[in-house]
Design a protein around this ligand. Structure first.
Ligand code: LLP
Length: 433
């Protein structure tokens, strides 16, 4: 997320260090086999993150519900299922992916401000664990649809605690100006009227203040507000069985500069702020579990010498990885081979082939001198990389590969042209309504 810090030029900077293998797999050989651009994810690294978080939460009645939007590849969801991790979904498509991958419905929570009637009905039919409700209209819709199915929906109010998550504005969600959740005042009114809901059991609180949070303080502040409200509700006779503390744990995008919160410190904040709460805790980590477990492998197409700047043109572009163009996000970019890493450092604007100036991964970035054909890694791209990719400029979706202790499996083949245009057709049979 950092854009203002000038690039560092010291020879030991992470941009000059080679990364020849990942989870025991030789990346040069992998790139030759599956081609580039290609996302590679380390299953071991994902399992390690899950373990870290589960261990940090030891002794608490806590369930991880992975935020599927971070990386919704079926193979990643399967890994989650195998580790007993549930899911936080935001659409019918994500629900289908989770069920397909074997995540049980009773470990799935549904968030989002725009759940449609079809989506709510579908989630009720599937029997998901709980709805994180974000508006009164949604609450009434849930009541009506649950009544139609003769079931009781379990719901949590998503609280907007009006806390600054100190992150990029586009991924900040817990300020009162944001579209997410409702104020504590409004939530209080929902609980006061909850006896009128015959098919919704309103017995949960939910909060998610933003993403890529690098300090425990915003979490502490938000959870303190939630905890105070929980105490007030209990006193008013509204038992709360579940508190969902959301996601947001940040990761290291820039070695030496980003200092993520340790899982244990994060868990301590939960223990401390919710010390007297004995119900179930839900967590919705996305990025923390998968970001650093993924890299984007890309080859240099050519070097272009402009009047003012030197451009390193890669075969990956903003359609493959949107984060730099959308949020000015920093990703470390490093050579794969040791031979390449030993070359003198040069400074480039690192760009993709898409016809937009915004298709820029980095400006004035020092990396070891590059030549056409060199293989580079764009690091920490396991979250919000492939899941946000598009076919803009009619570029096929990149291949995705899962690595595990020296073995690899293609978990998404590179998109074929026929897949890309599937569903499109010339306007042949015109109709009127
Ligand atoms: N729960 C809810 C309700 C969310 O909206 C999100 C993310 C998460 C959990 C997971 O947050 P995480 O643990 O991954 O920070 N595309 C942006 C990030 C958008 C996050 C949206 N919501 C990026 O590339 O930085």
């Amino acid at each position: 997320m950092t854009t203002t810090i000038p690039p560092r030029h010291d020879a030991s900077s992470p941009a000059t260090a080679a990364q020849p293998d990942f989870d025991g797999v030789d990346l040069q050989a992998l790139a030759r086999r599956v081609g580039t651009p290609c996302y590679a994810y380390s299953a071991s690294a994902i399992r390690q993150r899950i373990r870290e978080l589960q261990q940090a939460l030891g002794g608490l009645d806590a369930t991880l519900c992975y935020a599927v939007k971070a990386n919704s590849n079926i193979a990643i969801l399967q890994l989650m299922a195998q580790s007993g991790v549930g899911a936080d979904i935001v659409s019918a498509g994500e629900l289908r992916r989770c069920l397909h991958a074997g995540i049980p419905a009773d470990r799935i929570v549904f968030s989002g401000v725009g759940k449609s009637e079809d989506e709510i009905a579908g989630a009720l039919t599937a029997g998901i664990l709980r709805f994180n409700v974000e508006s009164h209209d949604e609450l009434l819709t849930l009541e009506r649809l649950a009544q139609a199915q003769q079931v009781t929906a379990r719901a949590a109010v998503r609280i907007n605690p009006d806390v600054d998550a100190q992150t990029h504005a586009k991924i900040s969600t817990g300020k009162s100006e944001n579209k997410f959740g409702v104020s504590i005042d409004e939530a209080r009114r929902w609980f006061a009227g909850s006896a009128l809901l015959a098919h919704v059991r309103l017995d949960g609180l939910h909060v998610h203040i933003g993403s890529q949070i690098l300090s425990v303080e915003p979490f502490r502040l938000a959870l303190k507000r939630v905890a105070a409200f929980w105490r007030e509700l209990v006193q008013a006779g509204h038992p709360i069985e579940s508190i969902d503390v959301g996601g947001g744990l940040g990761v290291c995008y820039r070695a030496g500069e980003d200092h993520p919160v340790a899982a244990s410190d994060y868990a301590d904040v939960i223990r401390e702020t919710l010390a007297d709460y004995c119900g179930r805790l839900l967590l919705e980590p996305g990025r923390y579990l998968v970001a650093e477990a993924g890299v984007l492998l890309t080859r240099v197409i050519r070097i272009k010498h402009g009047v003012e700047r030197r451009f390193l043109v890669l075969d990956a572009a903003m359609n493959d990885l949107q984060r730099p163009s959308l949020y000015d996000a920093w990703h470390d970019i490093v050579p794969v081979s040791a031979e390449h890493a030993a070359r003198p450092v040069a400074t480039y604007d690192i760009v993709g082939p898409v016809c937009e100036t915004g298709d820029t991964f980095a400006r004035a970035r020092p990396v070891p001198e590059c030549a056409a054909g060199d293989l580079l890694l764009i690091k920490a791209t396991g979250a919000y990389g492939a899941s946000m990719a598009s076919t803009y400029n009619s570029r096929p979706l990149a291949a995705e590969v899962l690595l595990d202790h020296g073995r690899y499996a293609v978990v998404r083949r590179r998109q074929h042209f026929e897949d890309m245009i599937a569903g499109e057709q010339p306007a042949r049979s015109w109709q009127t309504l």
